[in-house]
Design a protein around this ligand. Structure first.
Ligand code: BYC
Ligand code: FE
Ligand code: FE
Length: 474
């Protein structure tokens, strides 16, 4: 099957003149499309969806809007413009020229990071594949599909790097990216959160708020990489990422807004009563926050990580916005961290800064997560209710790192295993919560109409009205 690359795969990597890369992608592309058909969005492959497509990296081309059928979406390959004479910004190689090829000694490490990044992208599409069947509006349906096609493009971005820079190993890894599946008992996705089911829209909004934001922070770290093609790829991916987090933040806002309307109307915050009127009570929203935030915290890895120290030393992965730090070498400093010992006694230990990079990144992430929480709380307060949503402490319900499997309450206190297990009923979505949320999930597809549990958005997409026909069925 011959592909006209300039037409079929918009790109700024001169694909048309790279025979070896073309051949590799020619092999992979039909497998990608098979995967998209089998495990991509269920039920809407023939619909015309109002999507933005990147056709170039400049302001005019990166967000071109129009109606397309998803299987015809032009998954392009884009790298941010090169920076002239870019040098390495941190670690032992600080100040030396950035790499345009992969140094042999870092080949397997870089490949592993690119594979880990690449694995999350199709995983999220798999997790979200049935959501279209219960969309609360055409506007939301379109946003879901926008996120899905762009995560598909992020997979292309990593596959481009694997094919273009890692030879045969890279081609094998690119195949594997289509063979592991989210939640598959035998061949799961690599990172924990990407095997959690997302089968209701509250979970989708939480995931795009909390987990896509991990994506933002990991991409920012990789955008600092000495491996220039990776850095440039990630920089362009970040432009798309902000819409995913927008979908999450505004989605949760609209669920809260609808709850507040009903609370004001009924003059109550009683969850039972509110549920009888078909909205999502704030304690349930809190439990969903607790679940997705704690799961996403694990995605930053261990507090003390010799892997992370090695990535930093070698210039492979930096800190988000490395430029804002003064010290880019980090061999002379330590970070103080509180750690539990086997008896549950907490002490402060000093961790060499390079080994603490995961925690430094996680800290920035937590601060960023707070921004939305603060806005949600302001909305609640303005409506006259004295309820505050909170982020659980970073020690809560961890499976990775120093706090893995330590029984901790959301405030961060170590408690007995028994209290922890009974507490989880209060802190995380229960079976009953999930059943209730699922009972709300009914497909609404009349233009401009919203399901009863969510408020309309403030405005439409790309200056279109909210009641625009964002998805056309045939
Ligand atoms: N689940 O030193 P440690 C996104 C493993 S999201 C399972 O603590 P390290 C997106 C770890 O691999 C961004 N396993 O970790 C969002 C290691 O294994 P080995 C994705 C985990 O290496 C929404 C061991 O535990 N990008 O883009 O410092 C929609 C302990 O190692 C987990 C990346 O992750 C976990 N949560 O850091 C779509 C960037 N956490 O070596 C897309 C690339 C750790 O013992 N990845 N492990 O076999 C990395 O930079 C690093 O691999 C990690 C871990 C930050 C994930
Ligand atoms: Fe992504
Ligand atoms: Fe994303």
């Amino acid at each position: 099957m011959a592909i006209n690359y300039q037409e079929r795969i918009p790109n700024n990597v001169d694909l048309g003149n790279d025979r070896a890369l073309q051949r590799a992608l020619e092999h992979w592309q039909p497998k990608f499309l098979d995967w998209w058909t089998d495990l991509g969005p269920e039920g809407f492959q023939a619909a015309d969806v109002y999507l933005r497509t990147a056709t170039s990296v400049d302001a005019a081309g990166w967000a071109t809007f129009g109606k397309v059928k998803m299987p015809d979406y032009r998954w392009g390959i884009f790298l941010a413009d090169p920076e002239q004479d870019r040098t390495i910004g941190f670690g032992d190689e600080f100040g030396k020229p950035a790499w345009q090829r992969v140094p042999g000694e870092h080949r397997s490490t870089l490949r592993r990071l690119i594979v880990t990044q690449g694995d999350t992208e199709p995983a999220s599409v798999e997790q979200q594949r049935r959501l279209g069947l219960t969309c609360p509006s055409l506007y939301d349906l379109r946003n879901l599909f926008q996120v899905n096609v762009e995560e598909g493009r992020h997979l292309w971005a990593m596959v481009y790097l694997l094919h273009g820079y890692f030879g045969r190993d890279g081609r094998e890894e690119a195949e594997e990216l289509l063979h592991r599946h989210s939640g598959d008992a035998d061949n799961p996705r690599i990172l924990g959160t990407f095997n959690e089911p997302i089968d209701d829209w509250l979970s989708f909004f939480m995931f795009t708020y909390f987990t896509d934001r991990d994506g933002k922070y990991q991409l920012m770290s990789l955008a600092e990489s000495a491996f220039d093609p990776l850095a440039r790829t990630c920089r362009f991916m970040l432009t798309e990422e902000s819409h995913h987090m927008f979908v999450g933040e505004t989605g949760v806002t609209r669920v809260i807004r609808r709850a507040l309307e009903m609370m004001s109307e009924l003059k109550t915050d009683d969850p039972e009563l509110l549920r009888r009127h078909g909205v999502v009570d704030l304690p349930t929203i809190q439990r969903y926050i607790n679940f997705w935030f704690s799961s996403s915290l694990d995605l930053f890895g261990s507090e003390q990580s010799s892997n992370a120290a090695g990535y930093f030393a070698n210039g492979i992965k930096g800190r988000p916005d490395e430029g804002r730090f003064e010290d880019h070498i980090c061999t002379e400093t330590v970070e103080a961290m509180e750690m539990p010992d086997d008896n549950g006694v907490i002490s402060t230990v000093e961790v060499p800064t390079r080994n603490a990079m995961n925690e430094i990144t996680r800290e920035g992430y937590i601060r960023d997560c707070m921004v939305g929480l603060t806005r949600w709380n302001r909305t609640i307060k303005r409506a006259g209710f004295d309820i505050e949503l909170t982020l659980p402490g970073r020690r809560f319900r961890r499976s990775i790192g120093s706090w893995a499997n330590v029984p901790v309450d959301p405030q961060g206190n170590i408690i007995s295993q028994a209290d922890y297990e009974s507490g989880l009923n209060e802190w995380l979505p229960t079976e009953a919560d999930r059943a209730y949320i699922h009972s709300l999930m009914h497909q609404v597809t009349e233009p401009g109409k919203m399901a009863g549990w969510i408020a309309p958005p403030d405005r439409g997409i790309n200056n279109q009205p909210v009641d625009y026909e964002y998805v056309e069925f045939h």
